[in-house]
Design a protein around this ligand. Structure first.
Ligand code: LHQ
Length: 261
């Protein structure tokens, strides 16, 4: 059985981490398959939204630590290689993908697993899910974008506490702190994730891509620069077929039929 399952239905590419016995800890094979799935999402017109989900009782326990030889005689491991080859491209791909990415967090999300979830656009979590910036427990620095996402989402005091103390944050607390979109009962998590992704897959895909671009740029921009960017992106959105359709539907008092163009 593949460690990452991929299926396309109604415009939603569902990508499921599938190594439940290791709480979906990420190894090179999973990274390869994840990358392939996200490239497919970027390339195929039929894909209009992505749903990242996971099998079993955990979402993702971060980097697979069993593959690291840390015995006294072993050569020191250069972790930057793994970040440069796998994690950094993965986070960039998710953020820069011009299509919405929903993440359904079904259980514990630890280390890079937590930050993988935070790299997605809409994060919905099951009530029993939790987030742990577990890096400091093993002497590491939050990676996979953690030191960028956390202060922006939760504020610097909470970001620092999460990173230094590595305490488990409940899904309810993650919502209260602004880390994620919402919490739902565990038994409806997947249907809820699918429903959200389908809703987005039926939307103005091109406009969504431009929204992602604007949001991503905002944290490095002055208000002035952001206003200029909004002007440019709005020009592009205004030339889309979906803008015409959206306004026509509004005038005709009917639901829009977006084509993603
Ligand atoms: C695991 C793992 C795991 C292997 C559970 N690996 N097997 C990036 C680039 C380069 C280098 C370094 O790092 C990074 C980014 C990172 O992600 S660093 C952070 C790595 N992750 C962690 O430190 C989390 C380690 N895991 C845990 O702390 C716990 O397993 C959590 C809190 C996630 C869940 O605890 P429990 O619910 O009590 O489950 P468990 O500990 O019993 O785990 C279940 C199984 O999964 C168990 O296997 P076993 O054969 O004994 O049943 C664990 O060994 C395995 N597993 N995480 N990361």
């Amino acid at each position: 059985m593949s460690s990452v399952l991929v299926s396309l239905d109604s415009g939603v590419l569902q990508v499921t981490l599938n190594r439940p016995e290791k709480l979906n800890a990420l190894n090179p094979e999973m990274h390869k398959l994840l990358r392939q799935a996200l490239e497919r999402a970027a390339d195929e017109r039929e894909v209009r939204a992505v749903l990242l989900a996971a099998a079993g009782r955990g979402f993702c326990a971060g980097q697979d630590l069993s593959e690291r030889d840390v015995s006294p005689g072993a050569a020191p491991i250069d972790l930057s290689v793994s970040l440069g080859s796998y994690y950094n491209p993965l986070v960039r791909r998710l953020r820069e993908l011009p299509k919405p990415v929903v993440c359904a967090v079904n259980g514990v999300a630890a280390g890079a697993g937590a930050n993988l979830a935070l790299a997605c656009d809409i994060v919905v979590a099951g009530r029993s899910a939790s987030f742990i910036e577990s890096f400091s427990r093993i002497g590491l620095v939050p990676d996979a974008g953690g030191t960028w996402f956390l202060p922006r989402l939760a504020g610097s005091a909470r970001a620092m506490g999460l990173a230094l103390l590595a305490e488990k944050l409940s899904a309810e607390q993650a919502v209260a702190w602004g880390l994620i979109w919402k919490v739902v009962d565990d038994d409806v998590l997947l249907p809820e994730g699918i429903q959200l992704a389908k809703q987005l897959a039926d939307g103005p895909t091109k406009g969504y891509g431009l929204i992602k671009k604007a949001m991503l740029a905002s944290s490095g921009n002055s208000l002035d620069a952001q206003l200029e960017l909004e002007r440019d992106l709005q020009r592009e959105a205004g030339f889309s077929e979906d803008y015409r359709e959206g306004v026509a539907a509004f005038k005709e008092k009917r639901p829009p039929r977006f084509k993603g163009k």
